[in-house]
Design a protein around this ligand. Sequence first.
Ligand SMILES: [Zn+2]
Length: 141
Amino acid sequence: MSKQKQSEEAYNTLLARIRQARPESSGQSEDRLKLPAPQTMVSGKKTFWLNFMEFPNLLRRDPIDYLNYFRSQLAINASIENGRAIFMGRPDKQSFAALVQRYVKERVICPVCGSPDTRLEKNKQVLTLLCEACGARSAAK
Ligand SMILES: [Zn+2]
């Protein structure tokens, strides 16, 4: 078997596997929301969150609002530079992953129908989660 044929076959096998792995119905749970793991790197007294921008992009949230959530939860200052978030401290890796989950639960997933297709509205410091799937308005933390 030629090399090209081999890779072609491998590719087709892969495609078939992906098709099989895809769920039959497009459920309405947070499973639909596939987020990467936060990639962080400590340098000196700072922590760099390298793939930071992927999160607000996937969650359709304002990057600054998203960053502010982590700032207040971790109680450390942070800024965004060149698509990376830089935290002025060294929270452990697990905190980032746990906070991503909490953010999604509190500010992305509709508590009524479980859809991640939501918008966040801020009105006089009150956060409201608007669901585009079922139209529910819920208070967000
Ligand atoms: Zn909903």
